[in-house]
Design a protein around this ligand. Structure first.
Ligand SMILES: Cc1cc2nc3c(=O)[nH]c(=O)nc-3n(C[C@H](O)[C@H](O)[C@H](O)COP(=O)(O)OP(=O)(O)OC[C@H]3O[C@@H](n4cnc5c(N)ncnc54)[C@H](O)[C@@H]3O)c2cc1C
Length: 481
């Protein structure tokens, strides 16, 4: 059932899930299907977390915030843990393009095509390309390798800034990875994408989330929106419930889908954790954030097909530091053609994205903030004009989002758009070892981020929570006998 935001929930649950991002929702759905009583609490007025959309101009324009592309694995995850109808709407993007001073490439982003481009366009021998892909495929999370992205690229493509750009730019734009980050997280994310190309959900994020909501309710998940959890209650080192608007709701287990650091440092008291754990948690680095410019095309106007995802840059060479700076000349255009939402009147929308640092925005005066927004809006339109001449006159809605916008809407500290850097994974996975019945499932470690990573992490943690609840039940039975 769906509670109203004013309801005071009195029922006791097997598990309360704090936050309805893809990890939280997938965990809630799986656990309810497995027979557990589940309450899903979301502070926003809609489900989805970053998997979200918004309407402007009285609903004339719909914009997707994070529907730019995810790996093929999402089909299997949705079929197994959601339903066939959701999985069947996942479609492959036809064309991914790179346009920069070093090269122009059009690819379907499959492994076969990348091998061809590396060999034929960049002149790398097939032996080296094969060795590079073998190294990625054989990367094992548990090997604890210290190799960085920079070292990985130098090993196979020494001195080739253009190849580093080709292989890393799409990942940096998305999750802010840099050359010093562990190669393992790059390897896993890149290998996921590299298998069979890039996919999106046909119907738009709004359709997907409404189908997921329907499935959650059908499986018996109770939902409350506008329900911000202020505190997770810990009693004698055990999680026993949460507090929403001063009201306590009880459960045998609590899963936080909120940002890892906010969970530990804002919803819990430090004395509940060991010193070692708190130190590790304090040292976890957040990922960077992002800036986006949303452009809506006038009703009745059309634009030609120029690719679905276009990585563009005017910077002569590639630098991960520059790519995060406000002065960056690179941006990625996601072009939404009418077949993104075939059930609606034909409309086009374009979203320009670039990765950004919160620190470059938070200290700006109101005036400078507006100037900076105006700058990225102009950069987006003039960049787009190079790909679609005359597009400026076809745009009738335009606005920009900064890291501060991301923070405001998602409660993610510093607007981090892909959770935490690599070290966050250990802290997230170890939470239930510190406090019985308390789990975390949400973007961490880069590999558990993005639509697929987050949804899969929800499944992994659903198993952990289920094991814990089964153990509680066995102990209760033993004490009765
Ligand atoms: C601009 C942008 C573009 C992106 N593009 C892509 C892309 O193309 N492909 C891709 O795969 N991924 C993309 N991502 C990343 C992807 O969207 C996220 O990694 C993923 O959706 C995160 O899911 P999550 O489960 O970690 O939770 P989140 O989406 O972070 O959701 C957490 C939820 O918890 C709620 N919450 C937090 N605290 C509380 C509280 N105290 N009480 C109640 N509720 C609370 C929040 O309101 C939120 O709804 C993008 C992200 C951004 C920001």
């Amino acid at each position: 059932m769906q509670y109203s935001s004013k309801d005071k929930i009195e029922k006791n649950y097997d598990v309360i899930v704090v936050g309805s991002g893809l990890a939280g929702m997938t965990l809630a759905n799986k656990m309810a299907r497995d027979g557990r009583s589940v309450l899903l609490l979301e502070s926003h007025n809609k489900l989805g977390g970053f998997a979200t959309w918004f309407k402007r101009a009285a609903g004339e324009h719909i914009f997707d915030v994070s529907l730019h592309g995810f790996p093929v694995g999402m089909i299997k995850t949705c079929r197994k843990y959601w339903n066939k109808d959701i999985a069947d709407r996942i479609h492959q993007l036809k064309s991914v393009r790179y346009i920069n001073p070093q090269f122009e490439v059009e690819t379907d982003f499959t492994k076969e095509d990348f091998i061809k481009v590396l060999n034929q366009k960049f002149g790398v021998t097939l032996e080296v390309v094969k060795a590079f892909f073998d190294e990625l495929t054989n990367m094992n999370f548990y090997d604890n390798s210290k190799m960085t992205n920079g070292e990985l690229f130098e090993k196979y493509f020494p001195g080739r800034n253009d190849i580093t750009r080709f292989l890393l730019e799409p990942i940096v734009y998305a999750n802010g990875s840099n050359l010093e980050d562990p190669a393992i997280s790059y390897g896993i994310v890149f290998s996921n994408f590299m298998s069979k190309g890039v996919y999106i959900f046909q119907g738009g994020t709004d359709t997907m989330i409404s189908m997921m909501k329907e499935e959650l309710l059908k499986n018996g998940v109770d939902i409350q929106l506008q329900a911000k959890v202020e505190k997770i209650i810990i009693d004698n080192k055990k999680a026993t419930g949460v507090v929403v608007k001063g009201h306590t709701i009880k459960a045998n287990a609590v899963v936080s889908n909120s940002n890892l650091k906010s969970t530990i440092f804002k919803m819990l008291e430090p004395e509940n954790f060991s010193e070692v754990y708190l130190k590790k948690a304090a040292e976890v680095r957040l990922n960077t954030s992002s800036c986006q410019v949303y452009m809506g095309i006038k009703k009745g106007e059309t634009i030609p097909f120029v690719g679905d995802l276009v990585f563009t840059s005017i910077d002569e060479s590639f630098s991960t530091d520059l790519i995060l700076s406000p002065l960056v000349g690179s941006q990625t255009f996601s072009v939404y053609y009418p077949d993104t939402r075939p059930h609606l009147e034909p409309r086009y929308a374009i979203v320009s994205s670039s990765n950004s640092r919160y620190e470059d925005w938070i200290n700006l005066s109101r005036d400078d903030y507006e100037k900076q927004k105006a700058y990225i809006i102009e950069r987006a339109v003039s960049g787009l004009e190079k790909i679609i001449p005359g597009v400026r006159d076809k745009i009738d809605f335009i606005d920009a989002a900064s890291p501060l916008t991301v923070e405001r809407y998602t409660l993610h500290e510093k607007g981090a758009s892909f959770g935490t850097k690599f070290e966050g994974l250990e802290v997230s996975m170890g939470m239930h070892k510190e406090i019985e019945g308390l789990f975390h499932a949400g973007s961490v470690g880069i590999i558990m981020s993005g639509w697929l990573g987050a949804a899969n992490y929800g499944v992994i943690q659903a198993h952990e929570v289920d094991n814990f609840l089964s153990r509680l039940e066995k102990e209760a039975l033993r004490s009765i006998n």
